[in-house]
Design a protein around this ligand. Structure first.
Ligand code: NAD
Length: 260
C-alpha cells in the first residue's frame, strides 16, 4: 500500500533507538524526509546512517539535544524546512513510590511527557492547518488505559497529554490536520530491557527468566517490535488516515482485557 506521503517532511523526536527509531524507519521507507533527534550524538548519527542506507532518496537530518528543553525544541524545529508530520516522543519517567516524588520530579515528568509535545504541537499545528494537511502522532503508553502503580509519574503526565489532545484534535481535523496517540504495551526496546534488568536484580532471577515470564503473560506470547510500531505510525501519518483523529490506539498484543 502506498501511504501517499513521499516527499513530506517529518520531525521524529527521540528517535535514535526504540519506538522513535521504528517510526523514523517506517517513514523513510515511504520516502518521507526526516529530522531525527536524540540527546546523544553518537547513537543518533549511527541511526541516521542506517536510515540513509535504506536508499529511498529521503533526506535524513539529525539534531542532538534534549527535546524536553526550549533550546532542544527550537533546534529541532529549525532543522525541518516544514513540519508536515510530527512524531512526539521522549524517554519515560523513572518508576518509584509516589511518596518519594517531590515537585521537581513531577515537573521533569510533565516537561518531558506532557508539556514538550504540547509545545511542539503549538509550534506546528497552525502552519499545518494553513497548508491544509498535517499529521501528529504522540507516543504515550498503555499505562494511559491501564495504569501501572510504580509508573505514577508516567500515568499522570501522559493522561494530561491525552486529555489535551482529545480537545485539540477536534479543532484541527476540519483543516486536514489529525492528531492521534499510540499507546505501546511491551515492546522489545532498550527501555524494556532496562526495566526487566531492574526487576531481575530485585527478585534475584535472571533477566531471560523475567523476559520469558512477561512474554508468556501477554496474549500474543511475545513482545512487540519497533518495526510493527513504526508501521502503525506510518499508517496514521498516511494520506489514507485523514478521517482518524483524537484516537488512542493500543499496541499491546491484546494485553488490555477490556472490550473497548
Ligand atoms: P528507548 O529507551 O529504547 O529509546 C528512547 C529514545 O529516546 C532514545 O533514542 C533516546 O536517546 C531518546 N530520548 C530519551 N529522552 C530524550 C530527550 N529528552 N530528548 C531527546 N531524545 C530523548 O525507549 P522506547 O522503548 O523506544 O520508549 C519510547 C517511549 O515509549 C518512552 O516514553 C517510553 O516510556 C514509552 N513506552 C515504551 C514501552 C516499551 O515497551 N518499550 C512501553 C510503554 C511506553
Amino acid at each position: 500500500m502506498d501511504m501517499g506521503i513521499q516527499g513530506r517532511w517529518a520531525l521524529v523526536c527521540a528517535a535514535s533507538k526504540g519506538l522513535g527509531k521504528g517510526c523514523a524507519q517506517a517513514l523513510v521507507r515511504e520516502g518521507v524526509h526526516v529530522v531525527i533527534t536524540a540527546r546523544g550524538a553518537e547513537a543518533l548519527e549511527a541511526t541516521a546512517a542506517e536510515l540513509r542506507a535504506l536508499g529511498t532518496g529521503a533526506q535524513v537530518r539529525t539534531v542532538a539535544g534534549d527535546i524536553a528543553t526550549p533550546e532542544g525544541r527550537a533546534a529541532a524545529l529549525a532543522a525541518c524546512p516544514q513540519v508536515d508530520i510530527l512524531v512526539n516522543n521522549a524517554g519515560g519517567p523513572p518508576p518509584g513510590d509516589f511518596r518519594d516524588w517531590d515537585r521537581d520530579a513531577w515537573i521533569r515528568a510533565l516537561d518531558a511527557n506532557m508539556l514538550t509535545p504540547i509545545e511542539l504541537m503549538k509550534a506546528v499545528v497552525d502552519p499545518m492547518m494553513a497548508r491544509g494537511w498535517g499529521r501528529v502522532v504522540n507516543i504515550t503508553s498503555a499505562a494511559v488505559k491501564a495504569p501501572i502503580d510504580i509508573l505514577g509519574l508516567s500515568n499522570g503526565a501522559r493522561s494530561g497529554l491525552t486529555g489535551f489532545v482529545a480537545g485539540l484534535a477536534r479543532k484541527t481535523v476540519g483543516r486536514g490536520v489529525t492528531i492521534n496517540n499510540l499507546l505501546p504495551g511491551p515492546f522489545d526496546t532498550e527501555r524494556l530491557r532496562v526495566t526487566m534488568a531492574g526487576a531481575a536484580q530485585k527478585s534475584g532471577r535472571g533477566i531471560e527468566d523475567v523476559a520469558e515470564e512477561r512474554r508468556r503473560q501477554n496474549p500474543a506470547g511475545r513482545f512487540g517490535t519497533a518495526e510493527e510500531f513504526g508501521a502503525a505510525c506510518a499508517f496514521l501519518c498516511s494520506a489514507h488516515a485523514g478521517f482518524i483523529t483524537g484516537q488512542n490506539l493500543l499496541l499491546d498484543g491484546g494485553a488490555y482485557p477490556g472490550t473497548f
